[in-house]
Design a protein around this ligand. Structure first.
Ligand SMILES: CC(C)(COP(=O)(O)OP(=O)(O)OC[C@H]1O[C@@H](n2cnc3c(N)ncnc32)[C@H](O)[C@@H]1OP(=O)(O)O)[C@@H](O)C(=O)NCCC(=O)NCCS
Length: 407
């Protein structure tokens, strides 16, 4: 370690490297050791030493900021220059830093590297050539410590995100026990949900997330018979159950669906996923107040990084049970986007929460001639029988409590 520190200092103090940087004076050993200790301790800062035939040849530094912009700097020992090492080292450092940031991102919600940035002095021909060759494009001028520099950027291509719909279900419902297994036309309630979500073109995988409680074993039996993916997790900490399922299925985007919505519409799911992708939102949903969609089409899309952050930070058990309040109640910390229907249909209630709801759903499903009817077809059925709305009009939706101390 001490040897590495000495080597890094010797490289940094080579005259051509000092001249290429923004602090022309030689660096003294005490300042160097302080700088090194600080950067090795800081998350989001990488420092690699390149080896050529086992011999150390130069460092690559990459520092990620909170928006996923990563500042890159490198140098090659004077004696090793002009042999392609700078280029090879730069790519190796970028690859390692991108992978390390991805790992951190999926575990603690810190940002992945989206853009690489280099600040280069206009007179540094070698570095201009190197970064140009490496696919960086000119992005204007800037200044570092008062010195003029040219800014170069390279976007980091991200693979298409893997979209995993996670359907939460358990049999221990308080208002209508066992509701997700109640028959509704050709399938139990949960069968409708799983089938309809699977029809969403944007969804790569549908996972049933139930609890480890033995009372939920019948759901596992049903999943086995139907060939559904299933994950078991905490009974009360549903946020933790979602995180477990997201990890197990390598989700980049999680679509949260509750199993009491048998008329969930795959096109609405696709619409919310598309809205989430268009600016890489943290939380995108058709449930954000004021609601406009009928209750029962509830679709919430959460980026894996935002889910990981909520999972790590949310200390309210009552919020964790509802998975997403920590996100939508902190719009200052999470980029939240509401998806709304042009017309307000929020008075419609197509969920199975009470026996009154179940009565209504049985009538609707009985009146539909197919099990893949869209929500507009459902609406048409309800509009043809407006008196059915009285069946569950009085049912009150459960409310997520405020944070403790804010009652
Ligand atoms: C910039 C630096 C890392 C290049 O390292 P290197 O191992 O010599 O670079 P490579 O051999 O991989 O060459 C990369 C490209 O730069 C070009 N290049 C290298 N030295 C050059 C020079 N003095 N003038 C012009 N182009 C030069 C190479 O020809 C090559 O381009 P090509 O693929 O078109 O031939 C090295 O010169 C250095 O450490 N400089 C001092 C520190 C510095 O400037 N760091 C960058 C700060 S952001």
């Amino acid at each position: 370690m001490a040897g590495d520190a000495d080597l890094l200092l010797a490289w940094a103090n080579e005259p051509s490297t000092r001249a290429a940087g923004f602090h022309p004076d030689p660096i003294d050993p005490a300042t160097h050791r302080r700088w090194l200790a600080e950067r090795l301790a800081a998350p989001g800062r990488s420092l690699f030493v390149g080896l050529d035939d086992g011999e150390p040849v130069g460092p690559v530094r990459i520092d990620i900021d909170e928006d996923g912009r990563a500042e890159v700097g490198n140098s090659v020992a004077e004696a090793a220059r002009g042999r392609g090492i700078g280029r090879a080292l730069l790519e190796a450092g970028i690859t390692a830093a991108v992978a390390a940031a991805d790992d951190r991102s999926t575990s603690d919600g810190s940002p992945p590297i989206r853009t690489l940035v280099a600040h280069i002095r206009p007179d540094n021909a070698a570095s201009l050539a190197l970064f140009g060759r490496a696919g960086f494009h000119a992005a204007g001028e800037g200044s570092v410590h008062g010195a003029l520099c040219r800014v170069f950027e390279r976007p980091v291509p991200r693979p298409a995100p893997r979209v995993v719909a996670i359907v939460q279900a358990r049999l221990g419902s308080t208002r209508l026990p066992g509701k997700v297994l109640l028959p509704l036309g050709a399938y139990p309630v949960l069968g409708h949900v799983m089938r309809r979500v699977a029809r969403a073109a944007s969804v790569d995988r549908v996972v049933l997330a139930t609890t480890t409680h033995p009372a939920d074993d019948p759901l596992i039996d049903l999943a086995d018979r139907e060939g559904w993916s299933v994950v078991r997790g905490s009974v009360e900490d549903v946020l933790d159950r979602y995180m477990t399922a997201a990890r197990a299925h390598d989700a980049d985007l999680v679509v949260r669906i509750t199993s009491d919505c048998p008329l969930i519409d795959p096109e609405v799911v696709d619409e919310v996923v598309a809205a989430s992708l268009d600016e890489a939102w943290d939380f995108t949903a058709n449930t954000i107040e004021p609601r406009t969609y009928p209750r029962g089409l509830d679709t919430e899309v959460i980026s894996r990084t935002a889910l990981a952050r909520a999972w790590a930070e949310d200390e309210e058990p009552a919020w964790r049970e509802h998975v997403t309040p920590y996100l939508y109640r902190h719009p200052d910390r999470f980029r939240c986007r509401a998806v709304r229907s042009p017309t307000d249909h929020s008075a419609e209630r197509w969920v199975v929460d009470t026996s009154a709801d179940y009565d209504l759903l049985q009538r609707i499903v009985g009146a539909l001639d197919r099990d893949d009817a869209s929500w507009r077809e459902v609406l048409a059925v309800v509009e043809a029988h407006p008196e059915w709305r009285d069946l569950n009009r009085a049912v009150e939706q459960k409310v997520v409590p405020p944070a403790a101390g804010q009652q």
